[in-house]
Design a protein around this ligand. Structure first.
Ligand SMILES: NC(=O)c1ccc[n+]([C@@H]2O[C@H](COP(=O)([O-])OP(=O)(O)OC[C@H]3O[C@@H](n4cnc5c(N)ncnc54)[C@H](OP(=O)(O)O)[C@@H]3O)[C@@H](O)[C@H]2O)c1
Length: 148
């Protein structure tokens, strides 16, 4: 039992249904959903199309899983240099670049990156410091990774 119901494990194939579920909120005396957990990262931005705008409109808490795409982002990009302009948003490593991209989306409440290594946790926590990217910087980050 819970006072604040949420929906998680939202895969791409379930997103249309999930968006509809989120929209139901407000039509019932007790809200159907107060929080959603879904996948969002710099190479999987499909949640930007429907779920994140609807969640923002409805004031839902949004928890992001797989911010590193289960580690795939490191395997794909870590051999490339971080762009010099990443320093403008205080990113000194790829982990911070990926996390700052995710958590700067205005609809988000939090992200839940996972690691088994203390050194990685310290890197990841660095994303809590310094400026977050604005809309123009977010677009620049996407263009950079798409060009690699
Ligand atoms: N509720 C749901 O339906 C649902 C669904 C999916 C996931 N989740 C949750 O979401 C969270 C994240 O999921 P996830 O672990 O699969 O994906 P993730 O956070 O996107 O990726 C974790 C991977 O990134 C690596 N990593 C983390 N920090 C790093 C760093 N600084 N440098 C290099 N590599 C780094 C980790 O390796 P190392 O261990 O070597 O650092 C691990 O292989 C988990 O808590 C999971 O339980 C929930």
């Amino acid at each position: 039992m819970t006072r604040r119901p949420g929906a998680s494990a939202i895969s791409a194939s379930q997103r249309r249904m999930a968006a509809a579920t989120v929209r139901w909120r407000g039509r019932w005396p007790t809200p159907r959903v107060d929080a959603v957990q879904l996948t969002y990262n710099i190479t999987d931005r499909s949640a930007e199309q429907r779920l994140l705008p609807v969640a923002a409109e409805r004031g839902l808490a949004v928890v992001i899983n797989w911010p590193f795409r289960r580690g795939e982002l490191f395997r794909r990009f870590a051999r490339h240099p971080l762009p010099e302009w990443a320093a403008e948003i205080k990113c000194t490593n790829w982990a911070q670049f990926f996390l700052k991209f995710v958590i700067s989306h205005p609809a988000l409440t939090c992200a839940i990156p996972a690691t088994s290594q203390v050194s990685h946790m310290k890197e990841n926590m660095g994303a809590l410091y310094g400026a977050l990217p604005d809309t123009a910087m977010r677009a620049r980050m996407v263009r950079y990774t798409e060009g690699l």
